[in-house]
Design a protein around this ligand. Structure first.
Ligand code: SAH
Ligand code: SF4
Ligand code: F3S
Length: 424
């Protein structure tokens, strides 16, 4: 029996695609290995959003080349954003790689399996449900071409999945015990613009809301230039859609935002946040920030810092600018902010945010929250609130996949802890 190992880095889209590949391989009777060393087949699902991610891919390819040298049987496949439109570039550069295929191109994987005499049963692949949460891609690719970003070059232009396909998939998942579906896209606000009748994300959320067995629906990522009042209203009114927005701002300075080609100003962004908060009191917000974009002065960085200070996000993901081949910024601008300055700005945002998140989470102390239990880590159950906060609790019962109420007694900037109050 063929043992496989899928190595995954990058965003949730990659995690969703790795899960799909695992389902295919399981359906063909293959077995998951525990790691590289006991695998016959390795699939690398890669990310190149920053040079550091690309370096990890190169390091892993080097390691596997060594392993393949010791065991001639090892088969290596590569997918994800390391692979560009000319997939042969990868196999030419890395002869140890047998097949490279574009992210999401499962047909290429299935065809390869079939050539090897491995028969994949596409639909009926019933994998064991180990978590009650599933990711569901709704739109592939990206048409935004933010100047720093490599994603549109690697994932191609936007293609929405038809509403019926998504509903069928989520119904099937719900039958298999999935209670929470997270809809994925680089920009979920452009969902549907390429479909007949132009359904949008709000329409899709309304349809999915009627699937009885499903308890919660999430979606990411929103784009500030495209998010609509209709969507905000739908989230506010829907029982199942969780009150959480992942709304990357990237910078708080208008000149930097313009150079990033984001399509909004800091003021417009603040207005969206106000609209969301006026409509929903318990909403949580997370954002992404890039520090050290070409030419970023101390004053411009200060605008980003004060935006974070004023808007008080629940979560901030911060990264140092990394020039990417193809992306416009790496052709048009010098990567002129010195590395130590980038590191220092990154640390300042992280310290600021740790303080803010610590204060926001401390307000949860003594309160009951609804948690969907996702699993167990080191003897403790964990799950998330509707606002996407990680909660730990201890209890001898079996709570996997259940909605429980936890009384919060401990908080940190990153998680909450408490005890089981009631269950439903
Ligand atoms: N489509 C999403 C996610 C894109 S990639 C969005 O629009 O936000 C995830 C994050 O990586 C981005 O939000 C951005 O903050 C960061 N990122 C993208 N390219 C980068 C680069 N060249 N250098 C540093 N961070 C980058
Ligand atoms: Fe990249 Fe911008 Fe598209 Fe996000 S919206 S994937 S940052 S180009
Ligand atoms: Fe990385 Fe591609 Fe996702 S570059 S962040 S895996 S879209």
């Amino acid at each position: 029996m063929l043992r496989y190992h899928i190595w995954t880095i990058g965003c949730q889209m990659n995690r969703a695609e790795s899960q799909r590949m695992a389902d295919y391989l399981d359906s063909a009777g293959c077995q998951a290995a525990t790691g590289f060393s006991d695998a016959d087949l390795v699939v690398l699902n890669t990310c190149v959003v920053r040079q550091s991610a690309e370096n990890k891919v190169l390091g892993t390819l080097g390691l596997l080349k060594g392993l393949k040298g010791q065991s001639h049987g090892l088969r290596i496949l590569v997918t994800g954003c390391f692979v560009d439109s000319d997939t042969h570039n990868v196999t030419a550069r890395f002869p140890e790689v047998e097949l490279a295929f574009r992210p999401g191109d499962n047909e290429a994987l299935v065809a390869w399996c079939e050539e090897q005499g491995i028969t994949v049963k596409r639909k009926e692949s019933i994998s064991q449900v180990s978590s009650p949460c599933a990711f569901v891609p709704i739109i592939q690719g990206c048409d935004n071409y933010c100047s720093y970003c490599i994603v549109p070059y690697r994932r191609g232009s936007e293609i929405s999945r038809p509403v019926v396909d998504i509903i069928c998939e989520v119904e099937e998942l719900a039958e298999r015990g999935i209670r929470e579906a997270t809809l994925l896209g680089q920009n979920v606000d452009s969902y549907g613009h390429d479909l007949p009748g132009r359904p949008d994300l709000a329409d899709l959320l309304t349809e999915l809301g009627s699937i009885d067995a499903l308890a919660r629906i999430r979606f990411l990522t929103n784009h500030p230039k495209d998010i609509s009042l209709k969507l905000i209203d739908t989230v506010a009114c829907s029982e199942k859609v969780c009150e959480h927005f992942q709304l990357p701002v990237q910078a708080g300075d208008d000149d930097i935002l313009r150079a990033m080609r984001r399509g909004y100003t800091a003021e417009q962004y603040r207005e969206i946040v106000q609209t969301i908060r006026r409509r929903m009191t318990l909403v949580s917000l997370s954002t992404d920030i890039i520090v050290g974009f070409p030419g970023e002065t101390e004053e411009q960085f200060g605008h980003t810092y004060s935006l974070i200070e004023n808007l008080r996000f629940d979560v901030v993901h911060v990264a140092a600018y990394s020039p990417r081949p193809d992306a416009a910024a790496s052709r048009e601008y010098q990567d002129d902010v010195p590395q130590p300055v980038k590191r220092e700005r990154l640390a300042r945002i992280e310290a600021l945010q740790a303080g803010i998140a610590g204060e926001i989470n401390a307000q949860m102390r003594g309160r009951p929250v609804e948690v969907l239990v996702e699993g167990k880590k080191q003897g403790r159950w964990f799950g998330r609130t509707r606002s996407d906060k990680l909660v730990f609790f201890e209890d001898p019962g079996d709570w996997l996949g259940r909605l429980v109420t936890i009384q919060i007694e401990r908080t940190s900037p990153w998680s909450l802890g408490g005890w089981l109050l009631i269950n439903s």
